[in-house]
Design a protein around this ligand. Structure first.
Ligand code: ATR
Length: 292
């Protein structure tokens, strides 16, 4: 890391817990690579302390912040401005300093899109299955709709949550492409075409590495590409099932990479070269013990 001095700009991650975060690897590597005088640190914020933390960070002249679980929605109340898409999604993961306070953005969604582009995965015109209807799945549904997916089947264990998310996204964007379904009804998916499936539930996350939200091999016959938002483990049960059925499968580490890259771009008003992003990705894989 470059020598810290009186000019060093500080960025950080607020959340709880933050101990296992990979974000310092992303931002400190980019800053080092660019010779930029910036450091990024994890900042654990205890329950009830969010407002004081955001105000304090601003008062301390912090340059930018990321926000993680459990504060991505709650932080909106402490902002002076919010990006339109982050407002629609109802979740903010990046705060950019302005003259009057922090402005909120959501780089998770665009991070997923950029990760998919870098793997040559097409969204436009595609038939897509999203598994889950939580916060992550909701952002994925917005991304798919905004990027011109053909049709999007939103499958969730609890149907009414899928219905809520689908009607919200359709209504906000003025489209009618998100179709809610119960996960158990996956055999009713129209069968002529193969799908891109995005796994956005928490099922299969370490340590429950043997779990997948659907285990029936017939389902995976319908999938040409599987993208799991989970990156720990780096080869989830969902990914294994996709590959066993002949599809290609990806884990979520590149989404994490690009949400960070986009935040860094917003803070510094630059574009990060792909070569530099891939250098960071190499360091992230090293830190995770991922070899491929
Ligand atoms: P996040 O913000 O990470 O998306 P979340 O909002 O808690 O987390 O959402 C978790 C998602 O995983 C939900 O879609 C949840 O399904 P329900 O809405 O039916 O609860 C899904 N999920 C969690 N455990 C599950 C399980 N054992 N089987 C099926 N789906 C599960």
């Amino acid at each position: 890391m470059r020598q810290i001095d009186g000019y060093t700009k500080t960025c950080g991650l607020i959340g709880n817990p933050v101990e296992h975060t990979m974000s310092p690897v992303i931002h400190n590597t980019l800053a080092q690579r660019e010779g930029r005088n910036l450091v990024y640190v994890p900042l654990r914020v205890e329950k009830g302390g969010l407002k004081a933390a955001v105000e304090g960070a601003y008062a301390l002249n912090m340059f930018g912040l990321n926000v993680t679980v459990p504060y991505k929605s709650e932080v909106i109340d402490s902002l002076t401005g919010i990006d339109e898409m982050a407002q629609k999604i109802g979740a903010v993961n990046t705060l950019v300093r302005t003259e009057t306070g922090f402005r909120g953005y959501n780089t998770d969604m665009m991070g997923l899109y950029r990760a998919m582009c870098s793997e040559n995965i097409v969204i436009e015109g595609e038939d897509i299955i999203i598994l889950g209807a939580g916060g992550a799945a909701r952002a994925v549904a917005y991304m798919c709709a905004i990027k011109g997916a053909g049709s999007v089947y939103l499958l969730n264990r609890t149907l009414h949550k899928a219905e809520l998310v689908a009607s919200e996204v359709n209504q906000v964007l003025g489209v009618d492409i998100i179709k809610p379904m119960k996960i158990a009804d996956y055999d009713k998916l129209p069968g002529e075409k193969k799908y891109l499936a995005i796994q956005a539930t928490s099922v299969g996350l370490y340590p429950d590495v043997e779990d997948a939200v659907i285990t029936d091999k017939d389902f995976y016959e319908k999938i040409h590409t599987g993208f799991d938002l989970i990156y720990k483990p780096a080869n989830t049960k969902f990914m294994m099932l996709v590959k066993e059925a002949g599809g290609q499968a990806f884990h979520g580490l590149k989404m994490l990479l690009y949400q960070g890259v986009i935040a860094y771009e917003l803070w510094n008003n630059i574009t990060v070269e792909e070569e530099d992003a891939l250098l960071v990705y190499g360091k992230m894989k090293e830190a995770m013990g991922i070899e491929e």
